[in-house]
Design a protein around this ligand. Sequence first.
Ligand SMILES: Nc1ncnc2c1ncn2[C@@H]1O[C@H](COP(=O)(O)OP(=O)(O)OP(=O)(O)O)[C@@H](O)[C@H]1O
Ligand SMILES: [Mg+2]
Length: 233
Amino acid sequence: MKPFFVTATGTDIGKTYVTAGIIRAARQAGIDAMGIKPIMSGYNNSNPEASDAGALLAAMGKPVNEQTIAAISPWRFAAPLAPDMAAIRENRSISLRSILTFCRIAAEAAPGLMLVEGVGGAMVPLDNFYTVRDWIAALEIPAILVAGTYLGTISHTLTAVEALQARQVNVNAIVLSESLTSPVPPDETAYAMAKFAPRIPIFTIPRTNNETAFKRLAWALSADELEEGAQRL
Ligand SMILES: Nc1ncnc2c1ncn2[C@@H]1O[C@H](COP(=O)(O)OP(=O)(O)OP(=O)(O)O)[C@@H](O)[C@H]1O
Ligand SMILES: [Mg+2]
């Protein structure tokens, strides 16, 4: 198994888009890849295909139904809110310990690339004590940080990198998933960002014709290229 945690600078930035794209590209290249989305908020059980877990299952070439969704996403909440708030509305709570067990079992069972999609941004609360950052740190797996290309993303991204590294989380890649509106081309943002994060490879995923970009990213993740690169720098 080769696990990565896919986190982001915020919600709606592109974690699912990027995770599904990596899984698709990897599978097309003959690399085994799977994804899990342990916590989902805003889940509508009458439309599972539209959910994050539904998108990951589709990328894996699996059917989308109640059972397959539950298998990769055990903690589902109706309210489209941060997990702690969504759980409270259903008189439930999120046990980080149970989530860690679920992730570890899934990772051990995965023969190839294994992507854990987080929820919201890197420091979204899971309950009164823990955030997504604690979840990643406890799993002790490298993170892929998904960020946008909108005006302001450089500060948001570097702040998230600092927050993750402060807890000894290795950020093995930054993926700039092109936002709806960007002040400059994604590569220019990547170049500007790289000066302040020289040890972290930065990938860009344009909004169109991005098959090759996903292939490159999938290959880098599966081929240990990122860890070796980080050691060399
Ligand atoms: N590079 C891109 N090209 C085209 N569309 C994109 C790209 N990145 C993100 N999107 C679109 O932006 C929207 C938000 O992306 P996505 O659902 O992947 O975010 P997320 O980080 O997974 O959000 P959440 O916090 O809800 O899990 C989606 O409609 C997605 O298809
Ligand atoms: Mg998502």
